[in-house]
Design a protein around this ligand. Structure first.
Ligand SMILES: Cc1cc2nc3c(=O)[nH]c(=O)nc-3n(C[C@H](O)[C@H](O)[C@H](O)COP(=O)(O)OP(=O)(O)OC[C@H]3O[C@@H](n4cnc5c(N)ncnc54)[C@H](O)[C@@H]3O)c2cc1C
Length: 380
């Protein structure tokens, strides 16, 4: 039984996305991983193909599709076995902030470029002293006439080198709690005072441009605020649900990719002229991995349907985020183990997947934070 009601149009879109990724992305991934960045031209090609910002309405340059198109792009990109071209963050997290909370002026100014890939977007929340606890952010947004002056620093910002705009969380000087004094601003990356720090050398996500950002008297027009002043926290919380579901979509796709790679290797490899011996223990290990993936995917697909129906699934989304990212890690590790010594070589694609999925239980909200949300929702 299909849980997600994909239509023929969705299936056609998936075929088109897969064909594009096979032709324009996969052949370049190894080089991008070595270069530690994805060129801007790849973003523009994706944009021209209509694969960016799939939910943004036609009026602002997007195709105006339903959320399932975003799910398809996230899945297909994860199957390309790299997390460098972070289109999910751009298309389905950062740009939608501008669409949902931005003024008509901001939407018209930035969204067409986001859809075409000429403007890459980032979201800058995390700071050296504020990761899980975003209430501790220290970046300040001070009013000065018609302008806002930003001062502070951010860290671990994906798309930080390529970005043309960043949605930046900053505090307004106020006696109120951080939950009522945080706002979101759209900041163009070529403004004076928008400073890119060093690109972070990570264990995985090698081609993703993750950087430090500094704001030093960076002046933006007051009109670049998203939503109302002081409502930043509420906006961040509202958007996190879909971001975490998409994170889960990627982890399941990577787990499926890993298992498929191992099975492919076993079918095409022989040991002393014989097929790879299938012991009961290796059979059982493969069965356990396939079962875990099926369970994780079933939960995830149900949640996607619930999310589209507008249900409150905070608890379940948190469960899926932590469970599926850890599941993908177990699967990648199991695939390397069953592969034997050659499973440790860079030529085995699961090695990269293993490094990448390790990060997915941290980025977008750690496993511990997810468990804390679940406990709260369970009232325990
Ligand atoms: C590759 C990558 C890309 C990223 N991209 C972005 C981005 O584009 N934009 C952005 O803003 N951020 C980004 N981040 C930051 C990411 O969201 C944070 O790393 C994450 O929220 C965790 O924060 P932290 O790293 O500061 O960990 P900390 O909050 O310092 O946590 C450290 C440890 O303590 C645990 N912990 C913390 N608080 C609690 C608690 N209350 N209860 C129990 N355990 C707790 C955590 O689970 C963790 O194990 C990215 C991170 C990575 C790794």
């Amino acid at each position: 039984m299909n849980i997600i009601p994909y239509t023929d149009k969705h299936h056609k879109f998936r075929e088109k996305t897969r064909a594009f990724i096979e032709k324009e992305i996969i052949p370049h991934v190894d080089q991008w991983e070595k270069n530690k960045i994805v060129p801007k031209s790849a973003w523009q090609k994706m944009g021209r193909e209509g694969l960016l910002c799939t939910t943004i309405p036609k009026k602002y340059g997007g195709p105006g599709y339903d959320l399932l198109y975003a799910v398809i792009v996230a899945e297909e990109l994860a199957r390309s076995n790299h997390y460098g071209l972070h289109a999910v963050l751009h298309s389905d997290v950062a740009a939608p902030y501008i669409y949902t909370y931005g003024s008509e002026y901001l939407r018209n100014k930035y969204l067409p470029g986001c859809c075409s890939g000429d403007i890459v977007s980032a979201i800058a929340m995390t700071e050296p002293n504020a990761g899980s606890d975003l209430a501790s952010i220290e970046t300040m947004a001070t009013e000065d006439g018609d302008e806002i002056v930003l001062n502070g620093s951010k860290i671990f910002i994906s798309n930080g080198i390529n970005c043309g705009v960043a949605v930046v969380a900053a505090k307004n000087p106020s006696d109120k709690s951080p939950y009522e004094s945080t706002s979101l601003y759209v900041v163009e990356s070529d403004l004076p005072g928008f400073i890119r720090g060093k690109k972070l050398e990570k264990m995985g996500f090698h081609s993703q441009d993750t950087v430090e950002l500094f704001f030093s008297n960076c002046r933006i027009p007051k009109t670049n605020i998203l939503g109302k002043k002081g409502m930043g926290f509420k906006m961040l919380m509202e958007k996190l649900q879909f971001e975490r579901l998409l994170c889960s979509v990627q982890t399941i796709a990577t787990a499926e990719f890993s298992l498929a790679q191992l099975l492919k290797h076993q079918k095409t490899t022989s040991v002393s002229g014989q097929p790879v011996p299938r012991t009961q223990s290796s059979q059982f290990a493969l069965v356990e991995m396939a079962t875990e993936i099926k369970l994780g995917k079933t939960m995830l697909e149900t949640l996607i349907v619930d999310h589209m129906a507008g249900k409150n699934i905070l608890k379940e989304t948190s469960m899926a985020k932590y469970w599926n990212s850890e599941l993908a890690r177990r699967v990648a590790e199991g695939c390397i183990e069953l592969h034997g010594m050659e499973g440790a070589l860079e030529s085995f694609p699961v090695v990269r997947a293993y490094r990448d999925v390790r990060i997915l239980s941290i980025a977008g909200g750690t496993t511990e934070i997810m468990k804390g949300i679940i406990a709260k929702e369970m009232g325990i």
